[in-house]
Design a protein around this ligand. Structure first.
Ligand code: PLP
Length: 447
């Protein structure tokens, strides 16, 4: 690889002087300097190697520096770095065709954005204009992005400091049996009651005021709650009954993460709009978008769609998507993720559940798993409060890092979300480190 611009010490110094970081109190952070990465590993400024069980922010689905994607970006840069969105461009056309091919059902047009938040913003705008209605229903325990509308749609504490309650967003509870709002004891009860609650919410809000129901097919950062079979089908039916647009947020769950191309594929549901980002090109160049059904696309055949972005369908980003999707097809990346989940991660996490009293539940599919850490298995009291952290959680995470594993932690949960292309050996190695680190959580709860 070419020489770095700066040495690690200077990189860190300039970061602290000049870089303003996301979601942080700027004086309280000590960012890890990363100098290189390949496959499922990253190296810090001291040359220490880490196995990345977070896929960064759950987006490097094919791992770092895949040679075919790197080459495709280099070739596109040599050919044409950029061209404005009003022109037709080969990388953009081919990426749109390939995305239309893998997205479910009749979704066959793509509006490209720079990431996930703006994809959700545009999907909501399309739904509002298509229906002539304003409200949008979204789940508690969800994340839809950090821009104004997207953060209002969000159902987690990141919304609280940003919420001006002016967006027409109404939140409802989705199915989550382990912490059921519906006093359910089985998946079927949870499913039925969550759908009843959603229908009640629709009727109380007035169906003719609701443009869209927007939900993560599988909520990601909020806890990887795989919906019970039939839930998404039930939501689809409610949308059809009340003339509401169904928007599936596949930003984190999509492109192989759950062992299927998209989270909605587990229930065979076709949304009217599907938003994506992250895994579409493993984040090598920023890219997101909205896959659009013909019904909604037709609304804007004669009428102008009032929205756009300077970099919509940027050639470097879409060339990276074309190469990523080719790699995913050629290397059966989605099947590989499914097998890692079924053969290794699922069975081993169930063993971890049995041997650690601090683990209350494990759940997931593919390379998309959560461990729910608790103070007490009976009461299910979380090891860190909702929206917060705790000494015990910090110690588990620090122990993982000390032993060369980067985990993804949120409140009282540890997520196991490595790249889909992680080898079986690497997955075992990472789970060994996590298994040992969890004894610190057991100690903290006195077991
Ligand atoms: N939707 C979901 C489900 C996400 O997980 C995220 C990011 O984590 C977003 C939307 C926002 O994406 P971005 O950060 O690219 O704007």
């Amino acid at each position: 690889a070419p020489e770095p611009l700066l040495d690690p010490a200077r990189t860190y110094e300039l970061d602290r002087q000049h870089v303003f970081h996301s979601w942080s109190a700027q004086a309280k952070i000590t960012p890890m300097t990363v100098v290189s990465a390949t496959g499922s590993h990253v190296w810090d400024g001291e040359g220490k190697r880490y196995l990345d069980f977070s896929s960064q922010l759950v987006y490097t689905n094919i791992g770092h520096q895949h040679p075919r994607v790197v080459q495709a970006v280099q070739e596109q840069a040599a050919r044409l770095c950029t061209i404005a969105p009003q022109h037709a461009n080969d990388a953009r056309s081919e990426a749109a065709r390939m995305i239309a091919e893998v997205t479910p059902g009749d979704l066959d047009k793509v509006f490209f954005t720079n990431g996930g938040a703006d994809a959700n913003e545009h999907a909501v705008r399309m739904a509002r204009l298509h229906t002539g209605r304003y409200k949008v229903l979204t789940r508690y325990r969800s994340y839809h992005g950090g821009t104004d509308t997207a953060v209002n749609l969000t159902g987690d504490p990141r919304r609280w400091p940003n919420d001006y309650a002016s967006s027409g967003v109404v939140h409802f509870f989705g199915p989550f049996l382990y912490r059921s709002r519906f006093h359910a004891t089985t998946e079927q009860e949870e499913c039925d009651r969550a759908l009843e609650h959603l229908e009640e919410t629709i009727r109380m809000e007035g169906p003719e005021t609701i443009a869209a129901i927007l939900l993560e097919s599988i909520p990601g950062t909020a806890g990887i709650m795989i919906p019970p079979p039939g839930y998404l089908t039930g939501v689809r039916e409610l949308c059809d009954r009340y003339g509401i647009v169904l928007i599936a947020d596949e930003v984190m769950a999509g492109f192989g993460r759950s062992g299927r191309w998209f989270g909605v594929d587990h229930d065979g549901v076709v949304p009217d709009l599907l938003t994506f980002a992250k895994g579409v090109n493993s984040g090598y160049v920023p890219l997101g978008g909205v896959a659009i059904s013909p019904r909604i696309a037709a609304t804007f055949d004669e009428r102008v769609y009032p929205g756009g972005l300077t970099y919509s369908g940027h050639p470097l980003a879409t060339a990276a998507a074309v190469a990523t999707l080719q790699v995913m097809q050629d290397e059966d990346v989605v099947g590989g993720a499914a097998r890692l989940g079924e053969e290794i991660i699922g069975p081993r996490l169930r063993q971890i559940l049995e041997s650690h009293p601090s683990v209350g539940e494990v759940r997931g599919a593919g390379v998309f798993w959560a461990l729910e850490l608790v103070k007490d298995r009976q009461t299910r009291e979380p090891l860190a409060p909702y929206g917060g952290t705790s000494e015990a959680m910090n110690r588990v995470v620090a122990e993982c890092k000390a032993n060369g594993l980067l985990p993804f932690a949120n409140f009282n949960r540890i997520h196991v979300v490595p790249p889909c292309t992680t080898t079986a050996e690497e997955v075992h190695e990472g789970l060994d480190i996590l298994d040992r680190a969890l004894t610190l959580a057991d100690d903290a709860i006195g077991s």
